[in-house]
Design a protein around this ligand. Structure first.
Ligand code: FAD
Length: 465
């Protein structure tokens, strides 16, 4: 079997790379070690977490807001976790089947098994049978796995990762979440809405520390209202299980040891690049000190003809970043000159309200000595927000003090994950805050907050504030 391109790993990086290669007329093979295509994102990441977030949000609303909307429920509203998980599994299946369909439609040959280098142009696939592929180019898209901490042993029963948290058989009574990043807050939200007490133990001084500071502050306030408890500046030392009880021990900023007791502990302290089983050395490759495969500006590795994309290389561990890189490498191999604007890859947290940001944060502008103007608009001032009873949050626009070019947009509010797309488009076309403020935004919508924040940034003249 001889291919132009062989892609190892079928997550959003790998399967998109394979599709684009096939579109460009390259004979393409895709290797996946699991029985279903789609990688972390479709099987144990983006899609299942959003399915559970949506289901739990319905339950939360039924309990907390239906009466105000004038909907009375006779009898008690109850969680049927088994059904919730089954629905989530159905969503995964439909999505993964969709990838199978796309591979067949585009004539990508799929191999099931572990892909490993024999040489830089020969890949062995060890599955039910062993096969060997000859290939001109290779794209490594093997993704990442959850990380842990010294002293914390993940038993996958009581001390769990996101993968187990997506397949629970009961709602925790008290879920201790180690790490206040995106995954911990999203999955913490699912179980907080379903009735669990959720305690976050975080090493740094805030949640979502890499996003604009205003977002973390507002999200913390809202999640507290939803029952979250936060413990910042706590360095976790151990997590141990005795029967059904988990004890997490952490050192606080005064040097004191503090104990947290719960029935489950979710370890969400980040993810590490995954290259096990690839036999990289046979292709003349090694990983850096953080386990990543090093690449140049074209995402080509130290060995010519071998590329790497997605979570296994540097940069944000996001599905849409992996997808962009998949397309980029396919087009590079086909002789085109593609481009990725890494500054404009949005970051999103699917709590409720949602959080999203793109471009420079205020902290970064300050650090780099950039002169900027800031305009901010509260979600509660929108008619649409009052109609839907989603009044928490804000949109914040940062623009260059001299040129008015938008440098960063940061938002927390209903559907922020979708709303951020407007900011990406505006910034890609290097719009000024005034440009956006002079465009019509449908009324009543949440997007009016973007227009108003741009008005505020341009000339401090928001209309509805
Ligand atoms: P992966 O999706 O990890 O896929 C890698 C694939 O390679 C896997 O299928 C693996 O089995 C396969 N593989 C590995 N080694 C081999 C081998 N030797 N041979 C054959 N196959 C191999 N990102 C977002 O943008 N938005 C979100 O909302 C979001 N939510 C998330 C929620 C959770 C709970 C988690 C865990 C992650 C979430 N992410 C989200 C992150 C996102 O899932 C990853 O950034 C994305 O999946 C990375 O894509 P990838 O193609 O690089 O790798």
């Amino acid at each position: 079997m001889k291919y132009d391109v062989t892609v190892i790993g079928s997550g959003p990086g790998g399967y998109v790379a394979a599709l684009r290669c096939a579109q460009l007329g390259l004979k393409t093979a895709l290797i996946e070690k699991y029985s279903t295509l789609g990688g972390t994102c479709l099987n144990v990441g983006c899609i299942p977490s959003k399915a559970l977030l949506d289901s739990s949000e319905h339950f939360h609303n039924a309990v907390h807001t239906f009466t105000t909307h004038g909907i009375d429920i006779k009898g008690e509203v109850q969680v049927n976790l088994k059904q919730m998980i089954e629905r989530k599994n159905g969503v995964i299946k439909q999505t993964c089947d969709g990838i199978d369909f796309l591979m067949k439609k585009n004539k990508v040959d799929v191999f099931k098994g572990i892909g490993s280098f024999v040489t830089k142009n020969t890949i062995k696939v060890s599955g039910e049978k062993e096969e060997t592929i000859e290939t001109d180019k290779v794209i490594i898209a093997t993704g990442s796995k959850p990380s842990s901490l010294p002293g914390v042993e993940i038993d996958k029963k009581r001390v769990i990762t996101s993968t187990e948290a997506l397949n629970m058989t009961e709602v925790p009574k008290h879920l201790i979440v180690i790490g206040g990043g995106v995954i911990g807050l999203e999955l913490g939200s699912v179980y907080a809405r379903l009735g669990a007490k959720v305690t976050v133990v975080e090493y740094s001084g805030s949640i979502i520390p890499t996003m604009d500071g205003a977002l973390g502050k507002e999200l913390q306030r809202v999640l507290r209202k939803q029952g979250f408890e936060f413990n910042f500046n706590h360095k976790v030392k151990s997590a141990t299980t005795k029967g059904k009880e988990v004890t997490v021990t952490a050192e606080n900023d005064k040097g004191e040891m503090v104990e947290f007791k719960g029935d489950y502990c979710l370890v969400s302290v980040g993810r590490r690049p995954y290259t096990d089983g690839l036999s990289l050395e046979n292709a003349g490759l090694k990983t850096d000190e953080r386990g990543r495969i090093e690449t140049d500006a074209h995402l080509e590795t130290a060995t010519k003809g071998i590329y790497a994309i997605g979570d296994v290389v540097k940069g944000a561990m996001l599905a849409h970043k992996a997808e962009e890189e998949g397309v980029f490498v396919a087009e590079t191999i086909a002789g085109q000159k593609p481009h990725i604007n890494y500054n404009l890859i949005p970051g999103v947290v699917y709590t409720w309200p949602e959080v999203a940001g793109v471009g420079a944060t205020e902290e970064e502008l300050k650090k780099n000595g950039v002169k900027y103007k800031m305009g901010s608009f509260p979600i509660r001032a929108l008619g649409r927000a009052r109609a839907s009873m989603d009044i928490d949050g804000l949109v914040k626009v940062l623009a260059d003090a001299t040129t008015d070019e938008i440098l960063g947009v940061h938002m927390i509010g209903p559907r922020a994950a979708d709303m951020i797309a407007e900011a990406v488009v505006a910034m890609e076309f290097r719009a000024s805050a005034e440009d956006v403020s002079r465009m019509s935004h449908a009324h009543p919508t949440y997007t009016e907050a973007m227009k108003e924040a741009c008005l505020a940034a341009t000339a401090n003249r928001a209309l509805h504030m």
